[in-house]
Design a protein around this ligand. Structure first.
Ligand SMILES: *[C@@H]1O[C@H](CO)[C@@H](O)[C@H](O)[C@H]1NC(C)=O
Ligand SMILES: *[C@@H]1O[C@H](CO)[C@@H](O)[C@H](O)[C@H]1NC(C)=O
Length: 247
């Protein structure tokens, strides 16, 4: 049997996942609403694993700094095709982190990016100009677990890996009226273009799951979005002010 090094196996999986996205995006049904909306994903200049930035997928180690270091490394490679950041199987506990342009975030089968429940360590950002205040409360709002602002060419995909918000601490604060600021989303993309979110599970978001806002050419497809039926406002996808396709 042919031995395929783990690195190449991943690339193969990535290639197949991207092919699946492309063939579906180019399908007859898609043409009606999304024709030509999303350019083909460019070949990334490098492949890197979150594990090589000091991270650990043991469910206890906080990987916020590892994600920040990986994204900074991809940002430095932006003129050379960016990079794919691979999240291996395991539970990767983290606080919020930001994405950069020309980046693919790829969650392997069995990979979980899990939000920390330490809400006090969650950074605050300005409310959206079009709301002028936090959606739920006046003033600032919590940044999303995975955040993108002013980006282009971003893929968030995988082999049915999971982005888990562990939202119950936020829902409890909301129910008790002790929430100090507007709750965070799992993924927010602001002022960005040419993004695909696909082939993943989003679960237990503190608030809305996916919030693309002031974006263009965002394709969201083939996701499983899970939350208990009594969780407050855990909407799946809440697009605002843009042109994009949701399948
Ligand atoms: C949807 O995503 C799953 C993994 O989450 C993958 O196995 C499947 O091939 C995808 N389907 C399409 C049409 O891309
Ligand atoms: C992905 O995982 C979700 C949640 O476990 C499951 O419901 C769904 O069927 C899976 N999809 C695929 C293609 O395996």
């Amino acid at each position: 049997m042919l031995y395929v090094a783990p690195r190449w196996r991943c690339l193969l999986a990535v290639a197949m996942a991207i092919a699946a996205v492309l063939s579906a995006a180019g399908g007859a049904g898609a043409q009606e609403t999304c024709s030509g909306a999303v350019p083909p994903p460019p070949k990334r200049g490098a492949w890197m694993s979150i594990a090589s930035f000091g991270g650990a997928g043991d469910g206890r180690t906080l990987n916020t700094a590892a994600f920040a270091a990986a994204v900074a490394s991809i940002q430095r490679r932006r003129a050379r095709g960016g990079a794919l950041l691979y999240v291996p199987p395991g539970v990767w506990l983290t606080g919020p982190f930001s994405l950069t342009s020309h980046m693919t975030l790829f969650l392997a089968c069995g990979a979980v990016i899990r939000a920390t429940q330490d809400t006090s360590s969650w950074p605050l950002i300005d409310p959206l100009p079009s709301y002028g205040r936090g959606r739920e409360l006046p003033g600032k709002r919590y940044i999303s677990l995975i955040h993108g602002n002013g980006l282009q060419d971003v893929f968030i995909t995988g082999e049915n890996g999971t982005i888990d918000g562990q939202g119950s601490v936020w829902w409890d604060m909301w129910k008790k009226g002790t929430l100090p600021f507007t709750r965070p989303h799992l993924l927010e993309l602001m002022d960005s273009s040419n993004a695909i979110v696909s082939n993943l599970v989003f679960q237990d978001s503190p608030f809305w799951n996916i919030h693309p806002v002031y974006c263009s050419n965002v394709l969201i497809r083939n996701l499983t979005i899970l939350a208990p039926h009594d969780s407050p406002n855990t909407d799946g996808i809440d697009p605002g002010f843009e042109q994009q396709c949701v399948h």
